[in-house]
Design a protein around this ligand. Structure first.
Ligand SMILES: NC(=O)c1ccc[n+]([C@@H]2O[C@H](COP(=O)([O-])OP(=O)(O)OC[C@H]3O[C@@H](n4cnc5c(N)ncnc54)[C@H](OP(=O)(O)O)[C@@H]3O)[C@@H](O)[C@H]2O)c1
Length: 215
């Protein structure tokens, strides 16, 4: 499978490198084709690893991950091109966070009576947006079994088939406990959940923890 990764930060690196390990072809993209992080990642990850612009990534990927800074997500998706994402699965990991004075606030443009997940789906009506993994530290996204007990992989989206594809991919990433939360409006809750890392990081001094829904 060909995967596109929009973004060059820690999340993009964790997902892209895991996908290479699973045998896929992967392109990491940024605003510029000369982005040093994407170039270096492609150079160091073998013949199935590529780099490009956001638009190159959206064209290349049969499935695309959005790993862009949340408050710039819609700009990046516009640059990627609606036509290049049409009909495809977009797995959205972004959060609309503003960091200030040691706390997280959800940007008012994408919170309250909406969410970044919903606005992403509104921007791309012909794309199947599934929100997942946005509420835990990047290394655990692809190594949930690094923790001593299984944690829960939440996901949400409007398209049942797209969610089944994401559930299968999460299994490939090592998730044994996953939960379909419903339609894309459930992003409101997973985007709020991600902000909890401030409190847990302050209390525990590390990011090696996840959420387990005990039923
Ligand atoms: N870090 C984590 O562990 C973690 C965990 C859960 C969720 N998340 C979410 O995952 C996303 C990625 O997080 P991250 O920490 O890996 O990286 P990040 O630093 O939040 O974002 C880096 C990416 O954002 C792009 N970007 C920045 N400003 C932009 C602009 N004005 N227009 C278009 N693109 C812009 C950068 O593009 P260029 O490469 O072109 O500079 C870069 O690719 C975020 O939404 C974050 O909230 C992160």
């Amino acid at each position: 499978m060909r995967y596109g990764i929009l973004g060059t930060g820690d999340v993009a690196h964790a997902i892209a490198t895991k996908l290479i390990g699973l045998g896929h072809e992967v392109m990491m993209g940024a605003r510029s084709v000369t982005n040093e992080k994407a170039l270096s990642w492609a150079k160091n990850n073998g013949e199935r690893a590529f780099n490009g612009t956001f638009a190159d990534v959206a064209r290349f990927g049969e499935r695309v991950f959005n790993c862009v800074q949340g408050i710039h997500s819609l700009e990046a998706l516009n640059a990627a091109g609606k036509e290049n994402l049409s009909g495809k699965l977009l797995i959205d990991l972004a959060n609309p966070y503003i960091y200030k004075d040691g706390h997280i606030a959800l940007d008012s443009r994408w919170s309250g009576t909406t969410s970044l997940g919903e606005e992403t789906q509104n921007l791309l009506p012909d794309t199947k947006v599934v929100k997942t993994l946005n509420y835990l530290c990047n290394h655990l996204m692809v190594c949930p079994d690094c923790l001593p007990a299984p944690i829960t992989g939440f996901y949400c989206g409007n398209d049942t088939g797209a969610k089944a594809e994401v559930a299968a991919l999460l299994k490939d990433f090592g998730w044994t406990d996953t939960l379909d939360l419903g339609d894309i409006s459930m992003s409101r809750y997973t985007e709020m959940l991600g902000a909890f890392w401030v409190a847990a990081l302050n209390a525990t001094g590390n990011m090696d923890w996840g959420f387990k829904l005990v039923r």
